[in-house]
Write a protein that binds this ligand. Sequence first.
Ligand code: GUN
Ligand code: ZN
Length: 446
Amino acid sequence: MNEDRRLRALRGRLLWFVGDPETSGDAAHRFIGDGLVVIADGLIKAVGAASELLPTLPEEAEIVDHRPNLIMPGFIDAHLHMPQTQVIASYGAPLMEWLNKYTFVEEQKLAQQGHPEKLTRFLLDELLASGTTTAAVYCSVHRQSAEAFFAESERRNTRMIAGKVMMDRNAPAALTDTAESSYADSKALIERWHGRGRQLYAITPRFAVTSTPEQLAAAGRLASEHPDCFVQTHINENQAEISLACQLYPNADDYAGIYRDYGLLGRQSLMGHCIHMTKHEWRAFAEAGAVAVFCPTSNLFLGSGLFDWARAKREGVRVAVATDIGGGTSYSMLRTMAEAYKVLQLQGQSLSAFAALHAITRGNAVALGLDHLIGSLEPGREADVVVLDPAATRAMAHRLETARDLAEELFVLVTLGDERNVAATYVAGERVGDQPSTPPFLAKSI
Ligand code: GUN
Ligand code: ZN
């Protein structure tokens, strides 16, 4: 029988979401203590109790026994920068200084032959080792960086969103394009990659500070010509950034107004940070259906501020969560949510383990408008799956000796967890981890 057509079934403790725990409570999640995820042709065919599904499987079906590990949908990261894997952990600067001193220096190296390929391979290895199977990715200003990223993602069959950065001012000359060239390059990339296999394109004006009005207009034109592409950019991260953006666009109502004026604030818009938002801006986001992307480790590391999760929800704004590598400091969405919890605690808010795990699976899938494809273990979804061992570290195994129920176990996982808890990752039903630079723990037998 053809390899692709053979049934594969993953056995373990299954957890996924059918709603938002913050609005639907316990009805939002599904948990099966001994379950099977049946996979064929890269898709989930059936999910349910092992006792019910095992007798229905043909003899040649491959059963991978992951018990007692948890099986969840692969994690989704809504914002990160491929060129910044060697910028992560750069010392002592707030946003604008950090960009000039570290980021723009490293990003120039992506003009070198082979460098985007090298960084992409590293990034995808690291994401998959962390259980992240989909991400929205900024490449560099160089068209080749996006070519390299998509080619490698296609080779691995990962569902990725990415785009070439558009940037035509306030950056080193070697990192700038023009309104015309950025339009032409982005258009060519969209035509080549958007919707090819599992690849999706994000029109990527870096932020208002590094784009002229002509370039934002070009980005807006692309967005109107390709309404199913994403738009990704940054907004309201840091006071110096906000002042500069508003100075550069004196006719706009506010920072959100800049993007709205150029047709860049809509349902496909992934707006990084959204920390210092006015009431008027929250309303503009809610009206446009734009997504506020919460990047907790980055916001703490760069000293940018505290994202107001409860306010966003109260204002009816769609929210996603992300690492923002390399302003962010961890590739792990578990670690990201541990920091999100602390950011909320500092504001008198709380985040349950169910809400955190929802955010990095179904929550982000809904925010990206991809919940019909990913983020769930329901039949018909693409079989991107992470297998988690909540007792992978000594400290976690020790702490779990006193955990009384699933909620407590999951809270330990979210608070202390990271890539060490990832026992296996499956992309479209295929187990990954045979990439050369993947840490050995992914290759260990179960
Ligand atoms: N604003 C504009 N560019 C960037 C970036 O690369 N990282 C972060 N955190 N903020 C930005
Ligand atoms: Zn960013």
